[in-house]
Design a protein around this ligand. Structure first.
Ligand code: ZN
Length: 691
């Protein structure tokens, strides 16, 4: 299920508040500040470092150097003079481990208090918006948009708590965490996680600028509808239902998928692909976007009004302008980060995902060049009984579908769960069925509240042990339908992760999972068991084989798309002065290159296809797509590991490791680092059985 859980958004959001607090810096008025003005210069850093080493001895030298350097990087003129910095360091550096540990414990406790309560405030303020509880009044929206924690960072720089953390629990880059982290004790890991709290101080103007740019991109994407009912072929025929409106790219892709095996399905699929190509090339007439005023033949790129050809202007590269705007806004913040995070690419990969970008790229290339992908393509060709077309990157014929009608399933879930409370009461039971001990099941269930959602559903975790997680799904007045139930089981998986990784992790600073893919993995594994949990046994003996092939093909598609996203960003950093036309040409060229290198052969030799460039995420979620692709690997590996083990015991063990780096987490969980081999091996096995 490709969806972002709200919980994750919240975590990221909190992280952003922490990392990028408002600090009152002002821009100097220079066009592009290459480096922020250092409030504490190198000479002062050496002087303070030497003085501290003299005072506390050589055994503390390493920590002193690191701490002073990091604190100096965050110090601004508004925090005080160089002398004030010097005095601060001499007064606040903690040499004795006993005292350092004491301060660490106090910081952990207090951060839990603060983060936990801010989370609770936000949850409660947003409740009228998120819960199915009557009409929303405009005042609810204002409260729902309140960001009560937004000044916390500023406050903590002012009262110097942020500097005490930076000086005594300094930041370690991902490289350092990877190198040193293997030998760290749990306590040292927790110290390092505390060190992640204060990494940068990006001026408020820059953050606002990006937020504005991103919001514009979101609006652009949210209104990019194609009126499929107005599409005509060369014979002037309309193939789609009159009122069908497709949001690009999701609905276009889903409609394409829905047309495998339907009457004139292939014609419809080809037509959608023509539309996609016009969007990518921006030859699409501006006025057909989000409008039902015109008939449009995407093959000829001709527009008709009452049967007469009308000349309309193409979209003026707006798609690429949004990417460029994001790039410029994000790049402007580069100078405010330490060297290990001084590009958006590094922040996204080494920072947020905690996997270096080159490593991800190498892994993806290895996967998409693998013979297993080619063999899977051959199987698809023989199943479709035709040569592959570029849009078959979305072939979904391996998806195992339940033999029971949705209607019947709806009846079952409505009866079983007439209200949110009914599900809440049943949570212990579900956990027992999954193999949790009575004691553990009772504990976990006691920590989860089920509520009827206004939207489709989400899981919202607590940030403090005293609080509960919230499971939200649709519960209409006639009871929970099957769709709502499946979402509930998915969100329940998130909740279990949230509770285990908060309550069973030894240090609060280590709570959580390495990145969003890990919580999605458990949610998905729960979701997969939804029929079992209703007492319905799935009978398809090929289901695991089909699953492997489906994962392989999905990964092949999304890795190509991610590769394009990554290479586009690398290209922008290499060509920071590029204009929108040059960016468009580069994206299309890179998309075709990737296609020609890794897809053309698999797709029967057809070259120069730009299809990988159609994803909307590239426009409004910069560098987000890799998370999906990497998530496929993580999910598969965790799932495979759990298959042969005591499910409940392993879930508890794996998720109580907390926020290690992804590879260390996986090594601890499944004995190996994150790899492509598990999917490839399962694909090999499946190819022997599925014809
Ligand atoms: Zn999810």
């Amino acid at each position: 299920m490709k969806k972002i859980a709200i919980l994750v958004t919240i975590l990221l959001f909190l992280l952003l508040i922490w990392q990028c607090g408002n600090n009152g810096d002002t821009m100097t008025g220079q066009k592009q500040p290459m480096k922020k003005a250092a409030a504490v210069d190198k000479a002062v850093i050496s002087k303070v470092t030497d003085a501290l080493i003299k005072k506390h001895g050589d055994e503390n030298a390493e920590r002193i150097k690191r701490g002073v350097r990091h604190a100096a990087g965050l110090w601004r003129q508004s925090d005080g003079s160089s002398e004030a910095f010097e005095t601060f360091c001499l007064d606040h550096f903690i040499a004795a481990e006993e005292e350092r540990e004491l301060v660490f414990k106090k910081l952990s406790r207090n951060f839990e208090v603060i983060l936990g309560h801010f989370n609770k405030i936000e949850l409660d303020l947003k409740a009228p918006l998120h819960l199915d509880a009557g009409e929303i009044h405009p005042i609810d929206q204002i409260f729902g948009g309140c960001d009560v924690g937004s000044h916390l960072d500023e406050d903590f720089y002012r009262n110097k708590i942020a500097f005490i953390v930076a000086l005594n629990f300094p930041y370690y880059s991902l490289d350092e965490k990877k190198k040193l982290g293997r030998d760290w004790s749990r306590k040292e890991w927790a110290y390092a996680r505390l060190g992640d709290f204060y990494i940068s101080r990006v001026p408020a103007e820059l953050k606002q600028k990006y937020s504005e740019v991103n919001s514009n991109a979101r609006v652009y994407i949210s209104q990019y509808n194609i009126y499929a009912g107005k599409l005509v072929n060369d014979k002037g025929e309309k193939l789609f239902p009159k009122d069908l409106i497709l949001l690009s790219h999701w609905n276009l892709r889903d409609e394409l998928i829905a047309n495998y095996g339907t009457a004139r399905g292939m014609e419809k699929q080809r037509m959608i692909y023509e539309v996609m190509k016009r969007i990518i090339s921006q030859e699409i007439p501006q006025q057909v976007i989000n409008s039902n005023q015109w008939d449009w033949n995407p093959y000829q790129n001709k527009v008709f009004k009452d049967g007469e050809v009308v000349e309309l202007k193409p979209e003026p590269n707006t798609r690429y302008q949004h990417i460029l705007n994001s790039f410029r806004a994000l790049k402007a913040a580069d100078a405010y980060y330490p060297p290990s995070m001084d590009t958006f690419i590094k922040r996204k990969f080494a920072g947020e995902m905690e996997i270096p970008q080159p490593e991800v790229e190498a892994l993806f290339i290895k996967f998409i060049s693998s013979p297993q992908v080619k063999k899977t393509a051959q199987l698809i060709r023989s199943r479709l009984k035709r040569d592959l077309e570029p849009f078959d990157i979305w072939y979904d014929g391996f998806t195992a579908r339940s033999g029971i009608s949705e209607e019947k399933l709806n009846a079952i879930t409505r009866k079983k769960y007439p209200t949110a409370k009914a599900l809440e009461t049943d949570l212990t039971n579900i956990l027992l069925k999954l193999g949790f001990s009575r004691e553990k099941a009772d504990f976990l269930a006691s920590k989860i509240v089920v509520e009827a959602a206004r939207g489709s559903g989400h899981a919202w975790g607590p940030e403090m042990k005293a609080e509960k997680a919230h499971l939200r799904t649709r519960v209409p007045t006639d009871g929970m339908n099957y769709k709502g139930y499946v979402i509930a089981v998915h969100e329940f998986g998130h909740n279990v992760e949230q509770i285990v990784s908060l309550n069973d992790v030894d240090y609060y600073m280590m709570q959580g999972v390495p990145n969003t893919a890990f919580t999605e993995a458990l949610a998905y594994i729960f979701q997969k068991q939804n029929l079992d949990l209703l007492g319905i046994k799935e009978t398809n003996p090929d289901k695991d084989y089909l699953k492997a092939l489906e994962t392989c093909w999905n990964a092949y598609e999304i890795m190509g798309v991610s590769l394009l996203d990554m290479r586009t960003w690398k290209w922008m950093y290499e060509h920071p002065e590029a204009n929108v036309q040059q960016l468009k040409e580069a994206v299309i060229r890179i998309a075709k290159d990737i296609w020609n290198n890794y897809y053309a052969d698999v797709f029967g030799g057809v070259k120069d296809q730009p299809i990988l460039a159609v994803y909307s995420h590239m426009i409004h979620y910069p560098l987000y797509l890799t998370g999906y692709a990497y998530g496929e690997l993580i999910k598969f590996q965790i799932e495979q590991h759990l298959e042969s083990k005591d499910f409940a015991a392993e879930v508890e063990r794996m998720f109580s490791a907390g926020r290690l780096t992804p590879n260390l987490w996986m090594k601890n969980a499944a004995g190996k680092e994150i790899a492509i081999e598990p999917i490839l091996q399962a694909t090999d096995e499946a190819l022997k059985h599925i014809k």
